[in-house]
Design a protein around this ligand. Structure first.
Ligand SMILES: Nc1ncnc2c1ncn2[C@@H]1O[C@H](COP(=O)(O)OP(=O)(O)OP(=O)(O)O)[C@@H](O)[C@H]1O
Length: 240
């Protein structure tokens, strides 16, 4: 199966407002796919619908060929998720969070190795609440990798990270891509999309604006970089 994610005419309405509006896209196995759009464009809601955490009004979303809400166990074993806000129990330590997560899977990854990769191994006995914002972000990505997932969802994973830490995370994601993992990510950093994504989808008010490689998207605009092209597609080029 080459299609890892299949979203077809997905629509979700809140209080009479369509926040995801007839959205259709597919993500191939091994692809890094980026959802781009302003705050409130509907990116997280789309991800929640794909993961079966939210129910669409109409349309469909398949993950690894299945509707996630109907096949929770299969999907759970093969999918890693880092959502915008990860909640941890009070006073729980880094090692304990990893231990608990690993116990949920039949073939978990070695979390000591993951913590080392993310330069978090020195914090293994430290309460998660005492980590810096950036360290907590890195921890949530490390935790998402514990199931040895085939596909991983990363919602604004590098928000709050300093430049060096962001690049460190990019290196890890590039390595994961090399190993054949499929990644769906959202980001507000155009440099991140340029660096990581094979293809991106620009969304405005829940609707598809344009989809393609970063180069294709730039070429279809009057600009020569993604940030200006993005603002042009969003109808805000005059603000640049
Ligand atoms: N449970 C909810 N009830 C009502 N409205 C909601 C709910 N969840 C999300 N929304 C609204 O739906 C819209 C889309 O939200 P969503 O979180 O999907 O946007 P986003 O593109 O991920 O934004 P951001 O980049 O800020 O994270 C927003 O206007 C948000 O206020």
């Amino acid at each position: 199966m080459n299609k890892c994610i299949e979203v077809h005419q997905l629509t979700k309405t809140y209080d009479g407002r369509k926040v995801v509006d007839n959205l259709t896209f597919e993500v191939e196995k091994g692809e890094v796919y980026g959802l781009l759009g302003h705050n409130g464009a509907g990116k997280s809601t789309t991800i929640e619908c794909i993961l079966g955490l939210n129910t669409p009004d109409s349309g469909s979303a398949k993950l690894l060929g299945k509707e996630a809400a109907k096949h929770r166990k299969t999907v759970f074993e093969k999918v890693g998720v880092q959502l915008q806000q990860s909640h941890y129990q009070n006073n729980i330590r880094v090692g304990e969070v990893c231990e608990e997560r690993a116990a949920m899977y039949s073939h978990p990854a070695d979390y000591h190795y993951l913590l080392k990769q993310f330069q978090l191994e020195q914090y293994i006995h430290q309460p998660v609440a005492q980590l810096s914002g950036g360290e907590r972000q890195k921890l949530s990505v490390a935790i998402a990798l514990i199931p040895r997932p085939e596909v991983i969802f990363l919602d604004e994973l590098t928000t709050g990270l300093d430049v060096a830490a962001r690049r460190e995370v990019w290196q890890i994601l590039k390595l994961l891509k090399k190993q054949g993992m499929t990644l769906l990510l959202t980001t507000h950093y155009m440099e991140e999309a340029e660096n990581l994504c094979d293809r991106v989808l620009l969304i405005k008010e829940g609707q598809k604006i344009v989809e393609g490689t970063v180069d294709e998207i730039i070429k279809k605009s009057p600009y020569n970089n993604l940030e200006e092209a993005y603002l042009w597609y969003m109808g805000e080029e005059k603000l640049v």
